[in-house]
Design a protein around this ligand. Structure first.
Ligand SMILES: Nc1ncnc2c1ncn2[C@@H]1O[C@H](COP(=O)(O)OP(=O)(O)O)[C@@H](O)[C@H]1O
Ligand SMILES: [Mg+2]
Length: 224
């Protein structure tokens, strides 16, 4: 097994003095290449906060995050941004698409930021949208797509550049059952191609597709 993210004794606190709260209370775990991980637990347990630390969207109060065996606390803010752009994909429950841009333009955005020429970015974007059943929707803006389609565009945007790890924070929380199943099918297909995926979910039905399930309670992993 090839470790891809290793975290050691991660603590994240907000506020100071008597207002200080420890949202993460010392979490250690290792994610291996090809894992499909479910992170479960009640609302407020700290799941999103844990994802933010593991994906370098935020900086832990103490403890260490290693990605590809490299310590990340030595990276500057600028290095972290470019590292995320190159190596990590992230999807949110509200899709976070740019409303003024078409589906294909949304997917092209990170590719252009990585320096791809426009025709190549467009070709990759369309190929990725096709793969997720969105042929014919290239020029639709987000408000001209269903929730499930929007989430598949956001997955296309996250994976078009071939990230080593995909984070999905409650990707089906806003979707009906049928659209949720479509989104989970896309994630399962990606994982079967080798994509490492970490997903927060409340659905036991979806966790059963994962090879590892972590349970989180009050800032700690209480069970794997
Ligand atoms: N920026 C912040 N400042 C203060 N408290 C925060 C902040 N972000 C999250 N929290 C608190 O941390 C706890 C865990 O939040 P979160 O990670 O979003 O939980 P989950 O994703 O499991 O629902 C909550 O009590 C929340 O209020
Ligand atoms: Mg959350």
């Amino acid at each position: 097994m090839e470790p891809i993210i290793k975290i050691q004794n991660i603590v994240k606190s907000f506020g100071r003095d008597e207002l200080k709260i420890d949202v993460l209370k010392g979490i250690s775990l290792t994610i291996n290449k090809g894992d499909f991980v479910a992170l479960m637990g009640k609302s407020g347990a700290g799941k999103s906060t844990l994802f933010y630390q593991m994906s370098l969207l935020d900086r832990q109060t103490s403890g260490e995050v290693f990605i590809f065996d490299q310590p990340t606390d030595v990276l500057t803010e600028e290095d972290r941004v470019s590292f995320r752009l190159q190596h990590l994909g992230y999807i949110f429950q509200d899709y976070a698409l740019v409303p003024e841009l078409s589906a294909e333009e949304n997917v092209m955005l990170p590719l252009m930021m990585l320096g791809y020429e426009e025709p190549e970015a467009q070709m990759i974007a369309r190929r990725t949208l096709d793969k997720f059943g969105l042929e014919g929707k290239y020029t639709n803006r987000p408000n001209q797509l269903s929730g499930g389609q929007q989430q598949r565009v956001s997955i296309a945007r996250a994976v078009a550049k071939g990230p080593e790890v995909l984070f999905a924070d409650e990707p089906t929380a806003n979707l009906d059952g049928a659209s949720s199943d479509e989104v989970i099918d896309v994630l399962r297909a990606l994982n079967s191609e080798g994509q490492t995926i970490l997903m927060v979910t409340h659905e036991q039905d979806y966790a059963k597709y994962c090879n590892r399930v972590f349970w989180m309670e009050d800032g700690l992993i209480t069970k794997e």
